[in-house]
Every structure is written in structure tokens, then in C-alpha cells.
Design a protein around this ligand. Sequence first.
Ligand SMILES: [Zn+2]
Length: 337
Amino acid sequence: MRYLKMTFVLALLCVAVSRGYVRKSEIQSNDRTKLILRAKGNACIKMGGRCQDDSQRCVGSYVSGKCPGSIKHRCCLPTMDEACTMVGGLCQDDSQGCGGSYVSGKCSGPITRKCCLPTIDDVCTEMGGRCQDDSQRCGGSYVSGKCSGPITRRCCSAKPIISYTGFCENVKIISRDSWGARRPKDTEEMHLPVNYTFIHHTKTGNCSNTNKCMGQLKNIQDFHMYTRNWSDIAYNFLIGGDGQVYEGRGWSRTGAHTLKYNRRSIAISFIGDFMSYSPVSSALTASEKLIECAKKHRVLTTGYALYGHRDVGATTCPGDTLYKLIQQWPHYGRNVS
Ligand SMILES: [Zn+2]
């Protein structure tokens, strides 16, 4: 009986060992094939080439035996200088200054002719910009993906680069990045849709072209963030004397504009002081379209109410003339509670 038990245990052990052994050797041979294939792929990449089917166009020349897989899968090797230019570099004598770093083996000619590869920051400086933390003031526009370091280190362009944001088909909204907005100190999301929209004016100088309006926006944001100590520019949107809509806090972020109503309203502010005159007609049309869009996309309820800031606070905002105007607008003074 004891003999039988031992034989049984031994048999089990044999099966386990042999299975384990087979599996181990299979893995080993798979790994080896993979390694060889990878080495072949690397051989091509290391030479500055690219593995591709040789029926495809190759700028340069095909070399065999450097790529894994089928015999038709070959290494397309660029001519030497192309190996450098393809990665964004420039071939030059390494005695010359290079903004980034020198890499060997990518350029034709003498050994001192090397590939000067830019650092990511160069991409920004080449467009005339400067890499900086996006909490800082920027004279132009903020552009992502052009600077090294943390995600908040972004390229501040020398001149504005306009881009639009949002989902409105009927009106364009110039993005925060375009006007070079600083990163907010803090944000809070609102629950949409909201019942109210409030009309304000910035009580600043007005602006008649996009560059001037962008300058005003930066000044207003600075005033709100560093004098008032709010987390960002107060309003959800601003409208310039150039008839353009500018993104402030945007559609869904709680503003700092109308006491007791910040969490349940969208604030639209006209840039300028509208005590004795009204905004230009293109600016008024833009606000009308913006509100229409907000309603269509369920940011505002269909039965929303529109008010002037002075209707709920001790202020002259949005100025006598503009206030008279908005009282003629369809949703003015509705009761939604
Ligand atoms: Zn106001």
C-alpha cells in the first residue's frame, strides 16, 4: 500500500515537472524569437531608418535584413542628412552654437558635422514665444505642448494666436488661451442648466479691436485675481467692442459676479462703461446669439430669466444706457422661482 502511494506521488511529480519544463522552454523560445525580432527592428531604427513594406515609397534607400517579419518588410534608410532633419534637427559643424544638443551619426560629411536637435522649448522660442508657468501674465496667447517640464509650463506667444472654443454653431467664442488668460487659482463646477443670466459691464475703457480687447481682458483678470483676490476673471463670458465673445470662466464654472446668484447663473459682461452710451450693435447681436446657444445646449433653462446686475445688488452695473436696453429683451425680469 505504501509502495502504491509513493508511486502515485512520484507520478504526479513527474507530470508536474515535465509540464512545467515544456511551458518554460516554450516561453524561452518565444522570448528568443521576440528578442531577435526586436533586435532587427532596433537595428533599423538605430540606423535612423523605419521598417516598412518595400512596396511603399522610401525617401532614401531600402536595406534588407534589418527588419523583423516578412522579407518584404525592409528598412527604409533616409540619406544621412535626412536622418537629422526628419527628427527636427539641422546638420552643422559642431563648432557652431546649438540651441539644443548635438547628436552624432545623423549627418553626412566629416565627423564634426553633427545634428543639432532642438529641445522642446526651442519649438516655443522659434515661434517667437517664451516658456513660462501659465499663472504668469502673458502678452500673447498660451499654447500647450511646446515647452518642456510640467503641464502648467506653457508657451506664451509673442503675438495673439486666435482659437475658438465651445459648441455654439451660431457664434464664435475666443478661447481663454487665445487672450492669454492666467490659469485660475481655483475652480468650482456649477450644476447645469441654470435659471438665470446676468448682464454686467466691466466699467473699464472700451476696446474696438481684438488686440485691445485682449489687453483689457488681461487687465480685468489681473484686477479680479490680485486686487479683488478672486480665483479668476469674474464673468463667464465677456463681449468686446470688436463684437467678439471672449471666454471668461466658461459655461460650467461658478463665477464671482452677482452675490447670491453665482452658482445659478451665467454672467455676460460687456467690456466698457455703459452709463451714457450703449455697446456697439455687433456686441449686442453677439450677446443675443450667445444666450440663444446657451438655451439650445441646455446651459440655460428654456424659461430662464435675464436681469441686470443692479436688479439684485447695490450697483449701477451694467450702466444706465445698457440697463434700459436689456429691459426690452424677451426674458427680462421673468419670475423663475
Ligand atoms: Zn456687474
